[in-house]
Design a binder for this molecule. Structure first.
Ligand code: DX5
Ligand code: ZN
Length: 216
């Protein structure tokens, strides 16, 4: 089964409540929420106050992607503010601190995951795999919506799918960046089962059809 997760980064923030309704009405499964700190990535997006408002306005499962340095420091706050799942980048802190962040998220009763930037080896997640619910493979450089899918990531998707099947088969494999009706086929063929789509979803003339096109 394919899970679809529109990325709120491409929503119209002046009409966010309407866009949240449209995500639900389009039949999407999750909502992807990108947090950027201007340090780990060269952009600043949104944080806890916006998450709080989103949580109050939707019952969608909230998939919070932390693109921040030292995520162990804020992970609990994102859980308390309404995240259902929180992912942290393996490149964002020492591995001891990434384990600490994951443990904190689990102790808040939420799902946790790790994210790999395009240049990061799939083997960087090996030590975290037994304790996580999801691996997110970035298929663009994190920081901005609207970039093109990096096709070279297919080998990594396949390798991570193999690792997941061998040691934690219920773990989700999510892809994020440059996903549209064409690139999704490649990502799913190589083993992804959670699909983030920002600009493709929010610029679609028919958002319901956009979700259907991501599931086929
Ligand atoms: C980029 C973010 C993505 C972004 C994807 O750093 O992590 O979630 O919203 O946008 P598109 O789907 O437009 O590439
Ligand atoms: Zn994201």
């Amino acid at each position: 089964m394919i899970i679809t997760a529109p990325s709120v980064l491409s929503a119209d923030f002046a009409h966010l409540a309407d866009d949240l309704v449209s995500v639900k009405e389009a039949g999407a499964d999750w909502l992807h929420f990108d947090v950027m700190d201007g340090q780990f990535v060269p952009n600043i997006s949104m944080g806890l106050p916006v998450l709080k408002c989103v949580r109050a306005n939707t019952d969608l499962f909230l998939d919070v992607h932390l693109m921040i340095r030292e995520p162990q420091e804020l992970a609990a706050e994102f859980c308390k503010t309404g995240a259902d799942l929180v992912t942290v980048h393996v490149e964002a802190a020492s591995s001891v601190k990434i384990h600490e962040a994951l443990k904190t998220i689990r102790s808040c009763g939420k799902k946790c995951g790790v994210v790999l930037k395009p240049a990061t080896s799939p083997y960087a997640l090996r030590e975290f795999l037994p304790e996580i619910d999801l691996v997110l493979i970035m298929t663009v450089e994190p920081g901005f919506g609207g970039q093109s899918f990096i096709y070279e990531m297919t080998d990594k998707i396949a390798e991570v799918r193999k690792m997941i099947n061998e040691s934690n088969p219920s773990c989700f494999l999510e892809v994020d960046g440059g996903i549209n009706a064409e690139t999704v086929k490649t990502a799913v063929e190589y083993g992804a089962n959670v699909i983030v789509a920002g600009s493709y979803f929010f610029s679609a003339p028919d958002r319901k059809k956009a979700i259907e096109s991501l599931r086929n």
